[in-house]
Design a protein around this ligand. Structure first.
Ligand SMILES: [Zn+2]
Length: 174
């Protein structure tokens, strides 16, 4: 069972800029399996609701988190996870997966479905290349392979046209 950490949220985390926008950083040490905080926000009962920050809570309910925890970024090698306890439905907690040092960015695995996956910039050693649920990664790779094959065919056509002009651009000189 995870243990709740003491202190105000402000004493635990701070929002800072990262290479992908805002991120949430630890202000202190956390042990493994520590509850940093409950993620509070608005519960929205709408199966079609979507936003950049919302969390799917199941049962057609989305949670739109309040700052600062709405700025948690994705990592393919996250140090935290979002957790719902069985006896406490629709309350979401941010829990550490490993020890966290002060100054470390807190990250979670977004696990998005394939149809909304975007390229991942997390930079971790085991980066999947996409912000996507690991189980849905093959779907994304298949889609991208098809796209790449199509782009190749199209660029082949363009190259043919350029060649028929009989001229190529002069090479850029430095
Ligand atoms: Zn990644």
């Amino acid at each position: 069972m995870a243990t709740m950490t003491r202190g105000t949220l402000e004493s635990k985390v701070v929002v800072q800029e990262t290479h992908v926008g805002k991120g949430v950083f630890a202000r202190r040490k956390f042990k493994t399996d520590a509850i940093i905080a409950e993620i509070t926000g608005e519960l929205i009962h709408d199966p079609l609701y979507t936003s950049a920050y919302c969390v799917d809570m199941g049962d057609d309910i989305a949670l739109e988190p309040d700052p600062p925890l709405r700025y948690l970024n994705h990592s393919c090698d996250p140090n935290c996870e979002l957790f719902v306890y069985d006896d406490d439905m629709f309350r979401l907690y941010l829990v550490t997966l490993r020890p966290v040092q002060p100054g470390e960015e807190l990250t979670i695995d977004y696990g998005w479905p394939a149809d909304v996956a975007i390229p991942c910039l997390c930079g971790s050693k085991n980066c999947r290349g996409w912000v996507v649920d690991p189980e849905e990664l093959p779907l994304v790779l298949e889609r991208e392979a098809k796209k790449a094959a199509k782009a190749k065919r199209n660029s082949g056509k363009k190259a043919g046209k350029a060649a028929s002009n009989g001229r190529s651009k002069p090479a850029a000189t430095i």
